[in-house]
Design a protein around this ligand. Structure first.
Ligand code: NAD
Ligand code: COI
Length: 331
């Protein structure tokens, strides 16, 4: 069986090589992202493995169909960048890696929350300006005294609920399809109730089209004026212009954004000059009560190892049995 891994990042390559050695597999490792042109590199291969946030387009799937490559496994969770209808039409089946480490992302959401509640942005800015007295003036809020609203109680949301309740916070959750779990210390409420009552609103829903601008001007207007908004899920969930308006008007306490609305390949890898050019990003970065990250919530040693191992295992199952439990289809 011949497999090609696309989009291989420097940090993934040792894991990819180790997996190939562990499994005596013929694995070609490419750093190129997968598209309708680069897929030609996989001619003669049986299956493709990839990690990217750029689109898996209809043209790509048409080419895969033409090359007779029927299986694609992705090394990440989110499938919002996949044209499933085109994949089905081309006879390509896809599996994602749904649980490589929900805790990695949940821990990062908690990290952003604590950073904002303890006002580390203004403290850092005062220190950078050499104003040491000012740096001592930013009084924090304790997580144990807050109400945290988790939107989307899937794998990552549930991991976040466990962490936040472990800190002693009161946790609310909103999910139209809650998974019964008596060990979860949270109360399910409507989205409006959650927005109105929470000091921290933490998003863990997929970036499917129906969720675009789930947090818009109206949703922001329902939130407490000192609430903080955390997004480690997908950039399209928040109307960033409305977020900036609310922050500037003092109608929101802060925001922690790992997944930015205008995220691009340039943000994820940074440009050659190491700078990502986007006016909205720059405006957010100028706010002391905003903490930005370049889509790294997942990025831990455990997660990267599991992304590689679980997704390649799924590809082997597809190729050997025509089936894998993590197969995904259109939403
Ligand atoms: P999951 O499928 O286990 O859970 C998603 C949950 O969201 C489901 O329970 C679903 O019912 C719920 N949901 C969908 N739409 C909703 C809405 N409008 N309101 C409330 N709930 C809604 O997925 P997961 O593993 O928890 O991952 C969630 C998302 O996190 C992924 O889709 C991906 O976009 C993102 N993610 C980000 C990173 C990162 O590094 N920043 C890493 C992994 C995943
Ligand atoms: C995901 O797993 O969906 C992520 O957002 C991680 C990223 C490397 C694509």
């Amino acid at each position: 069986m011949k497999i090609m891994a696309f989009g291989a990042r420097v940090d993934e390559i040792p894991y990819l090589q180790q997996w190939a050695a562990d499994n005596a597999a013929e694995l070609a490792i490419r750093t190129e992202l997968l598209d309708a042109q680069t897929v030609a590199l996989a001619a003669g291969y049986d299956g493709i493995n990839c990690l990217q946030t750029t689109p898996y387009s209809a043209a790509l799937f048409a080419e895969m169909g033409r090359l007779g490559i029927k299986f694609l496994t992705i090394r990440n969770v989110g499938t919002d960048n996949i044209d499933f209808a085109a994949a089905t039409k081309a006879g390509v089946r896809i599996a994602n890696t749904p649980a490589y480490s929900p805790n990695a992302i949940a821990e990062f959401a908690v990290t952003l929350t604590l950073h904002l509640l303890r006002q580390l942005g203004p403290v850092e800015a005062a220190l950078q300006a050499g104003d040491y007295p000012k740096a001592t003036t930013f009084i924090g809020r304790e997580l144990a005294q807050q109400t945290v609203g988790v939107v989307g109680a899937g794998r990552i949301g549930r991991a976040a609920i466990k962490l936040f309740s472990g800190f002693g916070a009161r946790v609310l959750a909103y999910d139209p399809h809650p998974v019964p779990d008596p060990t979860l210390a949270c109360t399910y409420v409507s989205l409006s109730e959650l927005l109105q009552q929470s000091d921290v609103v933490d998003l863990h829903v997929p970036g499917v089209a129906a969720n675009t601008h789930l947090i818009d001007a109206q949703a922001l207007a329902q939130m407490k004026p000192d609430a903080v908004l955390i997004n480690t899920a997908r950039g399209n969930l928040i109307d960033t212009q409305a977020l900036l308006t609310a922050l500037r008007a003092g109608r929101l306490g802060g925001a922690g954004i790992d997944t930015f609305e205008n995220e691009s390949a340039a943000l994820l890898a940074l440009n050659q000059d190491g700078y990502f050019h986007d006016p909205l990003w720059d405006e957010l970065a100028a706010c002391e009560n905003v903490i930005l990250a370049p889509h790294i919530a997942y990025y831990t040693q455990t997660a990267v190892h599991n992304m590689v191992y679980y997704s390649l295992q799924a590809l082997v199952e597809f190729l050997e049995n025509g089936h894998t439990d993590t197969e995904v289809a259109a939403h």
